[in-house]
Design a protein around this ligand. Structure first.
Ligand code: DC
Length: 232
């Protein structure tokens, strides 16, 4: 143990992982780490460079030249910095979601980015969200949550988020994007999306954001209180 706690939140696209993880991190004074943003940053770099995202040698050659960094701004928000440029907004565009899913399917890419993610958990108490946090990145996390919701519920929420940010999108397009990524993220050979055996599954399809948050807070409080003193 390193004196820090780790909470892993995995689940499919649009299940509300990032908003829940962010709120939990704030409530418990942990650092929030959104690992999808790292894959999105690489996806954006591939998109800009116009390279074939399914071609592993091309993606790796590019990745090795990139400077991808996470910074936290004055409000404690995670910003993604690509070669010195803040790309936090651009990586949220729907076309970049697909690019991120494509590049994240390569084992070489995942191995390359693993250490960067683990370092945060060695140095801080974290709430980290992604697809393989409980299974691969932080298998020793004190609490693992697998947050799900039906594809339609997730598409509705993602659409509302995009519209609120002023990004134009339609329901069908968002649902298609979710189905594409569900399929690719769970079928890939490299660290596919799956629930860790010791994860608590929470289906939020019928729950409001407040209900989901209350449930997750309860899980965190119970679990952290149960961690034996000597292992903290
Ligand atoms: O969580 P997100 O939608 O921002 O993630 C973007 C893509 O990155 C998603 O399609 C799957 C991939 N991803 C991953 O493979 N492993 C992670 N730990 C996080 C995200």
């Amino acid at each position: 143990m390193n004196g820090h706690y780790a909470i892993a939140i995995d689940g499919p696209s649009g299940a509300g992982k990032s908003s829940m993880a962010k709120r939990l991190a704030e409530a418990f004074s942990f650092l929030y780490v959104d690992t999808g943003a790292i894959y999105r940053t690489l996806g954006l770099a591939c998109h800009r460079a116009g390279i074939d995202r399914k071609d592993v040698p091309q993606v790796m050659a590019l990745l090795e030249t990139l400077d991808i960094a996470i910074r936290y701004n004055g409000q404690g928000e995670q910003c993604m910095i690509l070669n010195g440029e803040d790309v936090s907004r651009e990586i949220r565009l729907p076309e970049i979601s697909i690019c991120a899913s494509d590049v994240s399917s390569h084992q070489e890419v995942r191995s390359f980015l693993l250490e960067m993610q683990r370092r945060f958990a060695r140095e801080n108490s974290v709430v980290m969200d992604g697809r393989d946090i409980g299974t691969v990145v932080l298998p020793e996390a004190e609490l693992k949550i697998f947050l799900t919701a039906s594809p339609e519920a997730r598409a509705r929420r993602r659409l509302a988020e995009l519209l609120a940010k002023g990004t134009e999108a339609g329901f069908e397009e968002v649902l298609q994007d979710i189905n594409y990524r569900d399929e690719q993220d769970s079928r890939r050979a490299a660290a596919p999306l799956r629930r860790a055996e010791d994860a608590v599954e929470v289906d939020s399809s019928e729950l409001s954001a407040e209900e989901t948050f209350a449930l997750l807070c309860e899980l965190v409080i119970k679990r952290l209180a149960a961690v034996p003193e000597e292992t903290r």
